[in-house]
Design a protein. Structure first.
Lengths: 160, 188
């Protein structure tokens, strides 16, 4: 258990106590919500954990760095960004996945591109976004997000 | 609408469990075919499992708390009239609060549009909601380190603000040309 984990658990505990002192009913309601979303996310958590294990076991680092490493070039970044834009997994799970790719030889640019498109762009939720906000706003937001995700990733590759 | 979302979540859960079953089967088959890989696979899976299990419940508690305490009405009330730097700041702040997945934010954004909030603030709010969320930043810090997290956070804020302002300009510009086009057609 590392310091981040200790800190966030203390912080969550503190918020919980504060909330409980202010309003028991609301706190109960929020805990119920927390349990529900935890259960909902669990299957995907396990899928990703299994995937990471298999990734470490079977895909050699040289292969990953060829597709997603320093020598992958612009099209590697573009491809991974596209995968991130299409994939629909909870963003919280994206970070361990990106970390495992980094450990296995992917470049910082690729990891950043993947996370940024994954969180910012929702292809599955796009119909809903169009319905609520109109075609123009939704398409512009998702389209420009893709471009800035790549720009952010390229800058990160340079500065880190 | 609410029933509809519940129904969808139920279906999603069933689908996820089926996928999990498939993943477990594939893992078992692969491990029995290549028993020498077993140690690497279980060790790395276990390592990530431990890291996540320490952090996920706390993140979920935080999200649950904020979802209850910061209501949609609060967001609409403050963001509806805010403009300028204050508007941008509030849009990022409200987006960053740990409150649920992106599809929850769309209806809020739709209400904001109707209330006459600035398009730039709505775009910034949505993007912040999508990728500058506090729980996400915590998990990113945990797995990818402070430098990675901080650099991506700062760059994202800068570019999201630029994107919001440019989309507003684009929408204003296309609306204007459309209105002028309509006028021409009407023979004015």
């Amino acid at each position: 258990m590392n310091i981040t984990a200790i800190f966030i658990n203390i912080f969550a505990g503190g918020c919980l106590i504060f909330s409980f002192l202010k309003d028991r009913k609301k706190t109960k309601q929020s805990l119920l919500g927390a349990v529900k979303s935890f259960i909902r996310i669990l299957p995907i958590v396990f899928i990703i954990i299994i995937f990471i294990g298999l990734l470490f076991g079977f895909v050699p680092q040289t292969q990953i760095s060829k597709i997603a490493g320093e020598q992958a070039g612009f099209w590697g970044v573009f491809l991974i960004a596209l995968v991130g834009a299409i994939m629909h997994i909870p963003s919280l799970i994206a970070f361990p996945l990106a970390a495992s790719l980094l450990k296995n030889g992917a470049s910082i640019t690729v990891a950043a591109a993947f996370i940024t498109t994954l969180t910012m762009i929702g292809t599955i939720t796009l119909p809903l976004e169009i319905k609520e906000l109109g075609k123009k706003v939704a398409l512009l937001r998702n389209g420009i997000s893709f471009i800035i995700a790549i720009v952010i990733a390229l800058i990160m590759g340079v500065i880190l | 609408m609410k029933e509809n979302i519940k129904e969808k979540q139920k279906k999603g859960m069933v689908r996820d469990i089926i996928f999990l079953g498939i993943a477990i089967m594939i893992a078992i088959i692969l491990i029995s075919l290549f028993p020498d890989k077993r140690e690497v696979i279980t060790a790395s899976s276990w390592e990530f499992f431990i890291e996540m299990i320490w952090i996920l419940p706390a993140v979920m508690v935080l999200m649950g708390l904020f979802a209850v305490w910061v209501s949609k009405e609060t967001v609409v009330k403050y963001l509806g009239e805010a403009s300028g730097i204050r508007g941008i700041f509030l849009a990022i702040l409200f987006g960053a609060l740990p409150t649920g997945p992106l599809y929850v934010a769309f209806p809020v954004a739709a209400v904001l549009i109707k209330k006459g909030a600035k398009i730039s603030n709505i775009i910034i709010f949505l993007s912040a909601w999508a990728c500058i969320k506090i729980p996400q930043e915590i998990v990113e810090f945990q797995f990818l380190g402070l430098k990675f997290m901080a650099a991506r956070l700062i760059l994202t804020i800068i570019f999201v603000v630029i994107m919001g302002l440019s989309i507003e300009k684009i929408i204003e510009w296309t609306d204007k040309t459309k209105v002028e086009g309509a006028k021409d057609n009407a023979g004015i």
